[in-house]
Design a protein around this ligand. Structure first.
Ligand SMILES: [Zn+2]
Length: 91
């Protein structure tokens, strides 16, 4: 998680221009499992959080995401598009 200023300075948006990574949401470590099934720890910087976005009009869950700290972009390859709830694709 966001621990201190030096982490933030060191990591902030460091990966924003890196290629988009494909990940499985199911394989990521949840930031706070009791609190949210959505929020995950960024597998790249290990400090930032992936929040899972929603479409502003339909509120459907988006399959693309970005780390709030390092700026690494991700595509969730296991999330079904077009749902309000988190729905995983059949493996
Ligand atoms: Zn990150």
């Amino acid at each position: 998680m966001l621990t201190n200023m030096s982490d933030i300075k060191q990591l902030a948006l460091k990966n924003i221009k890196k290629p988009i990574k494909k990940v499985k949401h199911q394989d990521l470590t949840r930031f706070n499992p009791e609190n949210s099934i959505f929020k995950s720890i960024c597998p790249v910087c290990k400090k930032g959080i992936l929040l899972v976005g929603r479409d502003q009009m339909t509120f459907d869950i988006l399959t693309n995401d970005v780390c709030v700290l390092c700026g690494q972009r991700f595509i969730y390859i296991d999330i079904e598009k077009g749902h309000i709830d988190l729905v995983y694709k059949e493996a």
